[in-house]
Design a protein around this ligand. Sequence first.
Ligand code: SAH
Ligand code: SF4
Length: 361
Amino acid sequence: MKQIFQDYTQEELRALITPSFRVKQLYSWVYHKYASSFDEMQNLPKQMRLELEERFTLTPLKTVLVQNSSDGSRKYLFELADGHTIEAVLLLMKDTAFNEDGSIKHHKRYTVCISSQVGCKVGCAFCLTAKGGFIRNLTPGEIVSQLLLIKQDNDIDANRRVNIVYMGMGEPLDNLDNVAKAIKIFADLDGMAIAPHRQTVSTSGLSTKIEKLGKMGLGINLAISLHAVDDELREKLMPINKAYNIQSIIQAVKNFPVNDRKRVMFEYLVIKNVNDDIKAAKKLLKLLDGIKAKVNLIYFNPYGGTEFERPAAKDMIAFQEFLTQRGLLCTIRESKGLDISAACGQLREQELESKDTNART
Ligand code: SAH
Ligand code: SF4
């Protein structure tokens, strides 16, 4: 079987490929020019291209479906070599800035949400990815290629700034080694040059792994999927809380090295009549006391068969105002890509269901 080129750091490739000085050129072809075959690499000797083509694949993923949202977001379903599918989303944010003459200029900011596993072991009650169980970890190259394909498909120039969030399918800290390697490959200055402080790992709160990630000293941002402020409710929503309770997560966050200009993000999925009252907001405020935190309130995104409901906008706003008035930074996640069911796992599930239906009819 061919090896996946993007599985390797530049240093590793130098040990695998001779002459090693060619690796930098290869990196440029793959990560700046988005080459999908070695044959395109015209400044490499023909013989070398042939040999590389035999040993490595540059395309571990195949795009099977793209969904466009009215806000410009695009959701991708990718197929892996073994036929499993994963999702990634390109999110477009508009930034406003001023030109020198005082006129307003708008420019787009790209954020790409990528997957780290096929399925997930954590089994959160509200999450569609959890429903299919866990299948396997993604390799570093399968993680990296999600962004590569998205940049290629959208003609995003190699120099354009892109942020990465590991908030797609899977629990990144359950696949820590491969995710850490992907972070480094993304950050390589000869490659995509996406600094670790532009990358955010989101976790359901595996406290010991948060500590381990911190000790790796990668300079990455951290997001915690908290969703509940007392252990009893959190255990119901996220069974992982039995192994790692809220206090253990808070402690791990306090030990985590945070970039001077950054904050730890606490994601709070708001579910109607479950965790949307001011009592919870009060507890949250207390819990995050002393942490350089920001809170991101997320509307629960309903799907067929779920018992949970989307909260009322007025409750979201009241929750947010309670926190911001007391000095805690809090945003409500815009419904980016809502009409393409932005919460990960939802596109894959639709696709699997339709395949099922087709098979039956
Ligand atoms: N496993 C990691 C990262 C992937 S989940 C984690 O849990 O942090 C990424 C985000 O999707 C989480 O914050 C999760 O709460 C959110 N999510 C899952 N199901 C959702 C739904 N139905 N509606 C809205 N957000 C959802
Ligand atoms: Fe896994 Fe995150 Fe979904 Fe929980 S919310 S099941 S941790 S992907």
